[in-house]
Write a protein that binds this ligand. Structure first.
Ligand SMILES: Nc1ncnc2c1ncn2[C@@H]1O[C@H](COP(=O)(O)OP(=O)(O)OP(=O)(O)O)[C@@H](O)[C@H]1O
Ligand SMILES: [Mg+2]
Length: 396
């Protein structure tokens, strides 16, 4: 079928033509906003899941839902290992302020905010799109202590939003990359919001280790947030994700073609889009048949290798790669760390360095004590296929 009108979306963070199977999370988010708007408290959300399950596009969906509900939603903040979180938050808060002041002039409030935000931006480069053309003598409420500053910022913002009969939702992606004290500050600020019932919500998204990290930061965080976990789509939702976009363009699918994609993709959204895209390009016309899927498959796998698996693999050092090869060599996860050490012919203590750094880089996580697994679905067959463990090859 004509590639020019191919609706499927490959690539991290690209909104799908039909976002399916996330109705529960969407409903939970709507309820959160409605309750906060009504002066009731509710738990903000920490969404977690493996790579490619649709965390980022769900955050974008939430941004749209929030705006439709009359809320103010700055663009999602994506945390990277070198993110200046204070400054990113200041930018987001400033965006929120501009959206609020577009409704009604903020007057004195804007002035005092600017002082506060200045404090947030101290030491940060000024190319973040926030301009402070105000009197530098404007009172700065910032203390330099992130936890207190964030609490204060959220309180001010929350009160302003309340006066404007709206609320503000912060969206934080790749949240597992926040430092411990940053997670503490976020939890403390949100704790304050739940006590004061101010209309500030926060949705964080990240890898499966995120809920544990948040819980370790502040013990009360366990009750403060709801922790929806995103997994593969249901078969129905997977089918819908394929059928709805093509139906809109007058193209249909044979049942066997859909069944093949469902089984091969394991209903992981990223894989579904990859199959959808190539199958569409390969099929001579409607309906798309099982044979078209089989024809397209080598290309799908080659593309996934490059765009989904290899980019992760490249982040690892030689020693980390060897550790991952040993994991894959055992079979599919989760893996006992002791078994991995044994497979490498090393002591457990020797293997803790690559394990810890792989966790920090977000390539693996620990689902349970003494266990690890890949954060990328179907990563172990990729490793076996492309980078098998070489017996006898050990680094010095
Ligand atoms: N519910 C869904 N229905 C259909 N397609 C989806 C759905 N969720 C995600 N996708 C598609 O799957 C791909 C991966 O989505 P996304 O980038 O949001 O995943 P992610 O969990 O953020 O991954 P990563 O951890 O790598 O950032 C995208 O192409 C997206 O369009
Ligand atoms: Mg993402």
């Amino acid at each position: 079928v004509d590639p020019d009108v191919n609706p499927y979306s490959m690539g991290a963070g690209n909104p799908p033509p039909a976002l399916t199977g996330r109705e529960d999370q969407e409903q939970q988010f709507r309820t959160l906003l409605a309750r906060l708007a009504g002066g009731l408290s509710d738990r903000s959300m920490i969404v977690s899941g493996l790579r490619g399950v649709g965390k980022t596009v769900l955050l974008l969906e939430f941004e749209g839902i929030a705006k439709d509900a009359g809320w103010t939603a700055p663009r999602p903040i994506e945390i990277k290992s070198d993110t200046d979180f204070r400054s990113e938050l200041a930018d987001a808060a400033y965006q929120a302020l501009l959206q609020l002041s577009a409704r009604r002039a903020l007057g004195d409030r804007l002035r005092s905010f600017t002082g506060l935000l200045r404090g947030f931006k101290v030491g940060a480069s000024s190319d973040g799109g926030v301009e402070f053309s105000f009197d530098p003598a404007a009172v700065s409420g910032s203390t330099g202590d992130l936890e207190r500053d964030l609490m204060y910022l959220f309180e001010e913002l929350g009160q302003t939003a309340r006066e404007h009969e709206t609320g503000v939702v912060f969206l934080v992606d790749e949240m597992q990359f926040l430092a411990r004290e940053e997670l503490e500050a976020v939890a403390a600020a949100m704790h304050r919001m739940s006590q004061t019932k101010l209309p500030i919500a926060l949705v964080g998204a990240g890898l499966p280790q995120l809920p544990g990290l948040v819980g370790e930061a502040k013990s009360y965080a366990e009750r403060l947030f709801a922790y929806p976990r995103l997994g593969p789509l249901s078969e129905d939702a997977a089918r819908q994700a394929l059928v709805a976009p093509s139906e809109a363009r007058g193209v249909s699918w044979c049942d066997e073609a859909l069944a093949r994609i469902i089984s091969e993709s394991g209903c992981y959204p990223a894989f579904i889009q990859a199959y959808g895209k190539e199958a569409w390009n390969h099929a001579p016309g409607s309906p798309i048949r099982a044979i078209d899927i089989l024809d397209a498959e080598p290309l799908v796998l080659a593309q996934l290798d490059e765009e989904f698996f290899h980019v992760r693999f490249e982040k690892a050092t030689d020693r980390e790669r060897e550790y991952m090869a040993a994991m894959a060599d055992i079979g599919d996860g989760p893996y006992r760390t002791a078994d991995i050490a044994e497979r490498l012919g090393r002591r457990l203590s020797y293997t803790s360095a690559p394990r810890d750094s792989l966790i920090k880089k977000g390539l693996i996580y620990s689902p349970d004590y003494g266990q690890v697994d890949f954060t990328v679905p179907k990563f172990s067959p990729f490793m076996r296929r492309r980078y098998p463990l070489h017996e006898g090859k050990r680094d010095p």
